[in-house]
Design a protein around this ligand. Structure first.
Ligand SMILES: C[S@@+](CC[C@H](N)C(=O)[O-])C[C@H]1O[C@@H](n2cnc3c(N)ncnc32)[C@H](O)[C@@H]1O
Length: 176
């Protein structure tokens, strides 16, 4: 993130209890973080180490983006959220991410790969989407081609690193 600039305006989607949000804000960025779980946002807000340049919002990721002024963000960040969204939800979300980012802004996200031992367990209800077994709700696992296809929604691929020991892709797209 430091390579992308300083004092950036960041929107984090699916922030959970806010671990990454705090790290980003402590690095000097202005961070607005959203999660639709009241428990997660309650925990995030309850932390005694939240800096003033960090705000937490209870709500849906797509709605938070829709409430964001066009071209106003330097970075949209999502760690381990996109496995929980359906194909149509992801399509709509990517449109909104692109709209919210300024030209030259970055979309940073991490997604779980199909190599994850949980992938393949339960019932496959769509390609690479499983429910049942360890999946309480449907979970989508990602392939390199899925990550590449996301860039084709109006972004340039800057970097996509697959980390085998974590079964995660760490991806950086840039809005032209
Ligand atoms: C696997 S957790 C990751 C949390 C955090 N980013 C982290 O890495 O620790 C996914 C989070 O996304 C949230 N979430 C799922 N769907 C969402 C949606 N449509 N809008 C906002 N948050 C959502 C969940 O409540 C959960 O906190």
């Amino acid at each position: 993130m430091a390579r992308l600039g300083s004092s950036l305006k960041v929107l984090e989607l699916g922030c959970g209890p806010g671990r990454d949000s705090r790290e980003l804000a402590d690095a000097g960025h202005t961070v607005r973080s959203v999660d639709h779980s009241p428990v997660a946002i309650g925990r995030a807000r309850a932390s005694t180490s939240n800096p003033p340049n960090l705000t937490f919002e209870l709500g849906d990721a797509e709605t938070a983006l829709r409430r964001t002024a066009t071209g106003s963000l330097d970075v949209v960040y999502a760690h381990a959220l996109y496995m929980m969204l359906s194909g149509p939800e992801m399509e709509r979300l990517l449109l909104e991410v692109r709209r919210g980012l300024r030209s030259g802004g970055f979309h940073l996200f991490a997604v779980r790969a199909v190599t994850d031992p949980h992938a393949g367990q339960g019932t496959e209800i769509d390609r690479d989407v499983y429910v049942g077994g360890p999946h309480v709700t449907p979970v989508r696992y990602y392939r390199a081609e899925t990550v590449d296809a996301m860039a084709q929604r109006g972004f340039q691929l800057v970097d996509a690193e697959y980390v085998p020991e974590l079964h995660l892709y760490f991806v950086c797209h840039r809005r032209p």
